[in-house]
Design a binder for this molecule. Structure first.
Ligand code: PPS
Length: 568
């Protein structure tokens, strides 16, 4: 491999003067509001990161990329970069027309000259590109459940780059990186792609890879979109910055890549190689199961462990970037150092902590040994993901009107406040309806909206480390499940079914509502003239008919202790 060619590569931006003029003209064009993923794709199209593409793929290029990993003119390109739009928008525009592309705030970033409009077969795309239609694959799930049904293709004219308010100094376009390498006199550069925090093993392996390739090192983490559930990029970047000074000075550079990953395994690895080549790198580290999407619905890996390496190896010459094998580094206790697993002498004690084990230790506040990670990295991770007993959570009571939800929820709130440590908010059904949902009635649509609002507020409280106690009827399983999903992104969701029978609720009839419902004076009354879907697997089911309120609240406390949410 010869030294890097660090000459500037073509971008799709027009000059500042032309951009100002184009922006004024584009204000009158039909405009499309880009999704987060589309903004990421557009940024890399405009700054040359996706060279040789010069726009969102047209139909012939799309089909060719999908089936052969090459554009219609034969250029190697493994990932369809498409602009998906709604049918309504597609019907409002025509081939030959220009449209404006806007970010979430309405800023015009580019114009696109429409060359093609077509409805793709998205299942065929999933099968061809990702090798599966299994919805457990994040990109397949995105394609089949979230993307829009019509694609628009055409050349891009860049007006301005998307604005980033975070870590500006560490974000570089391909040409900025090329210029940096030129300035530093770096002629061989090995890129390390990552979507995870770096621990000692990563530091060792990247350092070794750079040494073996006689190259400088570019830590090039993805900060656009990664796998759902990954550690947020803010935390990761703080962790990367902490690791940076563990490398010999001036050998290593950190730069953030605003890529929207697809988790597409082999094709994604090849795509990453082309992107790194565009950023001026001569080498790229590719590991076992590079950009792997996890397990399929049968519990098996989507791709073979070395498929990604194999595909990159086949094409490295054509791309012009050399693949460096990712060696699994393990800690050898007797030597107190890291070594590649396949070079460890027999009889030595190997220490390693898996990703799952690390997550467990973080969530339970257990020790993370110094041989595994750097204290600054662990500190950052603990700041973002404190132990479960310090995280926010939501207790979600559900049950018929008059089942005792509010009374138990009140008792629970007081007990938690007595313990102290975290702020507690009670979102009681009646109270929410007086404030947050005062205009809503009791149709299915309105009940769902009411519960979604409660879920949103509870998720914000949970995210910010508080305890939310919700006590609505919440009669529909699907809506409860949606709220659970929203909250579990930030902390635990503890569903408590207050299982008082209809007969008992009606016997108590504390508000006299059941009588009115029976007389037909209140319509759509839960249990009488409206459904209640009993939770199948709540974290806790309470029988209030034979047990005192105090005891019911205590059962919830015990459950919270058992789940590690409060200290025992
Ligand atoms: S829901 O279904 O979750 O949106 O209901 P929620 O917000 O918890 O509101 C239930 C309280 O409103 C009173 N109420 C009714 N409940 C059920 N059906 C009808 N049609 C109805 N009309 C008024 C009732 O007092 C409920 O309070 P709780 O505390 O559950 O007894």
């Amino acid at each position: 491999m010869t030294a890097a060619n660090l000459a500037p590569i073509p971008e799709l931006y027009v000059s500042y003067d032309s951009a100002a003029k184009l922006k004024r003209e584009a204000a009158n064009l039909p405009s499309w509001d880009l999704s987060q993923r589309q903004v990421c794709d557009l940024e890399l199209l405009m700054n040359g990161g996706f060279q040789p593409l010069t726009g969102f793929l047209g139909q012939a290029d799309y089909e060719s990329v999908r089936d052969t990993m090459r554009t219609a003119s034969g250029a190697l390109w493994p990932m369809p970069i498409t602009l998906d739009v709604t049918e309504k928008f597609a019907e409002s525009v025509a081939v030959g027309q220009d449209i404006a592309l806007r970010d979430a705030e309405g800023v015009i970033l580019a114009t696109l000259s429409i060359s093609d409009i077509w409805a793709p077969d998205r299942e065929a795309e999933a099968q061809a590109v990702f090798g599966t239609t299994d919805l457990k694959h994040p990109a397949v799930n995105f394609l089949l459940n979230k993307s829009n049904p019509v694609y628009i293709g055409g050349a891009i004219t860049g007006i301005q780059a998307p604005v980033h308010y975070d870590f500006r100094g560490s974000r570089n376009t391909p040409n900025e990186l090329r210029a940096y390498f030129r300035k530093m006199g770096w002629r061989r550069i090995v890129a390390f792609q990552t979507r995870n925090p770096l621990h000692r093993a990563h530091q060792e392996l990247t350092f070794r890879a750079a040494k073996e390739a006689q190259a400088n090192l570019l830590i090039h983490p993805v900060v656009g979109m990664t796998k759902p559930g990954d550690i947020d990029h803010f935390t990761r970047v703080r962790c990367y910055e902490a690791v940076l000074d563990k490398y010999p000075s001036s050998t290593t550079h950190l730069s953030l890549l605003n890529l929207a990953m697809r988790m597409g395994g082999p094709r994604e690895a090849l795509w990453h190689a082309i992107i790194r080549k565009n950023h001026g790198c001569t080498h790229m580290i590719v590991g076992r199961d590079h950009a792997g999407p996890g397990k399929n619905s049968q519990g098996q890996d989507f791709y073979g462990p070395y498929d990604a390496q194999e595909l990159v190896r086949q094409h490295q010459e054509e791309v012009g970037i050399e693949m460096v094998d990712f060696k699994q580094m393990v800690y050898v206790q007797e030597k107190a150092q890291y070594e590649p697993r396949d070079e460890v002498a027999e009889g030595m004690t190997i220490l390693d902590i898996s990703g799952t084990e690390l997550r467990r230790r973080l969530s339970e506040g257990l020790e993370i040994p110094e041989w595994f990670s750097f204290p600054d990295v662990v500190k950052e991770l603990r700041r973002t993901k404190p132990a479960r007993s310090k995280q926010g959570f939501t207790v979600f009571f559900t049950g018929l009107s008059g089942s005792g939800k509010s009374t138990i929820a009140n008792a629970l709130m007081v007990k938690l406040m007595e313990m102290g440590g975290r702020p507690v908010t009670l979102l009681d059904g009646d109270v929410v309806r007086k404030n947050l949902s005062s205009e809503l009635g009791f149709s299915k649509e309105h009940r769902d909206l009411n519960i979604r609002r409660i879920g949103y507020v509870a998720s914000e409280i949970t995210k910010n480390g508080g305890i939310a106690i919700c006590a609505p009827i919440a009669p529909y399983t699907a809506t409860r499940a949606a709220v659970r999903e929203e909250i579990e992104a930030f902390g635990a969701f503890v569903e408590v079914h207050v299982a008082t029978s209809l007969e008992e609720c009606e016997r108590r009839d504390r508000k006299g509502l059941y009588q009115l419902a029976r007389e037909g004076k209140i319509k759509e009354f839960t249990g009488i003239s409206d459904p209640y879907e009993v939770p199948e697997l709540p974290e806790l089911r309470l029988d209030t008919e034979n047990i005192e309120v105090d005891n019911c609240a205590h059962q919830v406390i015990l459950k919270l202790e058992q789940m590690g949410l409060i200290a025992g």
